[in-house]
Design a protein around this ligand. Structure first.
Ligand code: GLA
Ligand code: ZN
Length: 667
């Protein structure tokens, strides 16, 4: 049996909930609160996330606490058998706190202190902020530790960003001293002799700036700043959760992530979380052109969230209707909310939660989609859509905790992404690691594969194929583990721009792909960057595929050439190779291609490695089939991302999916 216990212990259901801010409706509470709970329950919702951004209502003046309103909300939830996803309020703070302790506000890279306002605007180093957060979190934990509604802690909200204040600079220097020990080691790792940037005193080290105002050219410094910032967030999370873990050790903690956010190494951060959760806001079109590209992006994000801990996660937010910050706040077409929700479950979610339960009357989110609109009743189309999701989730208790059990892993590495974003040369901003990653992913998605997305530090065991496109930075013991994995029979795939730099962004000496040279059996001598209108070709298997943007000039050493370049001065040189290494194989794709090449290449590879998707060879346009399993049963999620009716044949049985329809088949 491969099944994780439910996130909330003793609550073996799909969590169905929403962000809820009853404190905004205190004046109308008699009219609204009970009605909200009635509406939530009627829609099959079993939880609400409360307390997010509620600090000024919990502690309106320093040391003056008001939990009465939250007591009432918690009691209402408990009386109705619902669970609270209870937030710590640190993502926004009361005015008094910023006024009295200005250090809590962030300083930007230009060394300008922010004003009070907005949210997510706090310094992670500030002792005052740490103390105030500890006090309020302790009080929350003490007050609700035995409350039957308490299901989970929701720490802060969508953490992101950095702070360049003097306290953070000081912590950065401490962090660097710990990492490097001596300035000599740091100078070497950062290659600071370049442009006379050698450091002779720790106090000279300053965080990087985005423009010419300060240091922006020492890549090792920039990478370490991002690593430090990740560690700052981790450290702050530990401060936040210390009282929660001490007082309520049985209650899981999460923080809601953003799969498109690139500023924090989520693989490192996720180690701290008891469960990963994230906020998904796809820009569905819903028209006859179909939603396939949007579905693929959402699927990638979901699989990334699964891969962070290689286990089920929670969909902490999604919009039940339009999303107010998108360029076009389009409504969900019929069936779309259910499809969006089932898609998350298909990729490993054990919940469907929304932002937001009730639309606020004022400020910037008053027109964001919500379960309950300003009209306030159950008559709305959106409310009925939510009921439809509630009905579906109620049938899914068996799926809670089941796993993907993927045989194919895609390596997406945050630190490699940072290094590639800084790389000068190649195509500057068009180097586009994330975009290329999603292109490889798209090919696998079309093959109905339960892909797992991992980073360089993750374990490869259990995977038949590990794909690591554009693995420019090779950090830690990644290369050694790739060698072991391939030697033991694994299949490894990588591409151009692999094995150029180490973890402080120093180029490998003795030829690229650096420490992966032996396992790949090639030497990459040069990289050609092409103008958008230029093209070359990869000739492989009797076909010619367009190659463009980046073409690497490689020399097979122990590898065999499978495909060659079609034109230019490197016509006939190897463009696709395979190296037999121990019991396994390592493939190298030397140039950027279009999806047609990747589709054919992965079709060949998956067949060869016996890692084919849920539907084998069958190709369905705009349809996705994903799988979760407990080791005994397989739950197949059939999803139609087109506006037309589709038929899918599984085990000899034909299933009809209506426009934007979904179906779950157990076998
Ligand atoms: C984010 C935040 C929410 C809300 C939504 C709106 O996900 O976490 O508080 O602002 O966006 O889409
Ligand atoms: Zn700071």
């Amino acid at each position: 049996m491969k099944r994780y216990p439910p996130v909330i212990s003793g609550f073996p259901h799909m969590i169905h909930g929403a962000d809820y801010n009853p404190e905004q409706w205190l004046k109308w509470k008699d009219e609204i609160w009970k009605e909200d709970i009635r509406l939530a329950k009627k829609a099959g919702m079993n939880s609400l996330s409360v307390g997010i951004f509620a600090w000024s209502m919990l502690e309106p003046e320093e040391g003056e606490f008001h939990f009465e309103w939250l007591d009432e909300v918690m009691d209402l939830l408990a009386e109705n058998g619902m669970k609270a996803v209870l937030a710590t309020p640190s993502a926004a703070r009361p005015n008094w706190l910023a006024e009295k302790y200005p250090e809590v506000l962030r300083m930007n890279d230009q060394r300008v202190r922010n004003l009070f306002g907005g949210r997510h605007n706090h310094c992670m180093s500030s002792p005052a902020y740490r103390e105030k957060v500890t006090i309020i979190n302790t009080k929350l934990a003490q007050r609700y530790k035995d409350h039957p509604a308490l299901g989970m802690w929701h720490v802060s909200n969508e953490i992101s960003g950095d702070c360049h204040c003097p306290l953070c600079q000081q912590n950065f220097r401490i962090w660097l001293k710990k990492k490097y020990g001596t300035l000599d080691a740091l100078n070497e790792a950062w290659w600071t002799t370049f442009w006379s940037h050698r450091y002779t005193r720790w106090e000279h080290i300053e965080s990087p700036t985005q423009n010419w105002m300060g240091e922006r050219d020492v890549h090792g410094l920039k990478l370490d700043w991002l690593r430090f910032t990740t560690d700052q967030h981790i450290d702050f999370y530990r401060v936040e959760t210390a009282p929660l873990k001490a007082i309520t050790p049985h209650i899981p903690c999460t923080a809601n992530l953003m799969a498109d956010h690139e500023g924090i190494d989520y693989y490192a951060y996720a180690k701290e979380l008891d469960v990963v959760s994230w906020d998904n806001y796809p820009c569905w079109r819903g028209d006859e052109k179909g939603d396939t590209p949007i579905a693929i992006h959402a699927a990638f994000c979901h699989d990334l969230m699964y891969g962070l801990k290689r286990r089920p996660w929670l969909l902490m937010e999604s919009s039940p209707s339009c999303t107010n910050w998108q360029p076009v706040a389009k409504l969900h077409r019929p069936n779309n909310l259910l499809r969006q929700s089932v898609q998350a479950v298909a990729h490993g979610a054990d919940s469907v939660q929304y932002f937001q339960f009730r639309k606020s009357r004022g400020s910037c989110e008053k027109f964001h989609g919500a379960v309950v609109s300003h009209e306030g009743t159950e008559k709305t189309r959106v409310y009925k859509d939510v009921c439809q999701v509630g009905d579906a989730l109620a049938q899914m208790d068996d799926i809670v905790g089941t796993v993907k059990d993927g045989k194919v892993a895609l390596v997406f590495d945050y630190q490699n992404n940072w290094a590639l974003q800084d790389m000068r040369g190649a195509l500057q901003e068009r180097t586009n690691y994330r975009g290329e990653m999603e292109k490889h992913y798209a090919s696998l998605w079309k093959k109905q594969l339960p892909v797992e997305i991992i980073d360089q530090s993750c374990d490869f065991s259990g995977y038949k194929v590990v794909i690591a496109p554009m693995n420019y930075m090779v950090r830690g013991d990644f290369a050694k583990r790739v060698e072991e994995y391939v030697a033991a029979g694994g299949t490894f795939v990588t591409t151009y721009l692999t094995g150029y730099v180490d973890d402080t962004d120093l180029c490998f000496r003795h030829g690229f792909p650096g420490p992966l040279r032996q396992v790949l059996g090639i030497w990459a001598e040069e990289l050609d960057s092409l103008y958008p209108e230029d093209e070359n070709a990869i000739l492989w298997n009797g076909k010619s595929y367009r190659a463009h943007s980046l073409c690497e000039l490689i020399h097979p050493e122990s590898a065999q050439t499978l495909g060659t370049y079609g034109s230019d001065f490197y016509q006939g040189m190897a463009a696709l190779t395979v190296n037999h290494f121990g019991k396994g194989k390592a493939y190298y794709i030397a140039a950027r291609t279009d999806e047609d090449f990747l589709d054919d290449f992965y079709a060949f590879l998956l067949k060869e490695t016996d890692a084919e998707g849920v539907l084998g060879d069958a190709a369905y346009q705009g349809v996705s089939v994903q799988k979760r399993t407990d080791g005994q049963h397989e739950y197949l999620f059939l999803m139609n991302f087109t506006a037309e009716e589709k038929q899918i044949c599984i085990d000899g049985q034909t299933h009809t999916l209506e426009s934007r329809g979904v179906k779950i088949v157990t076998r």
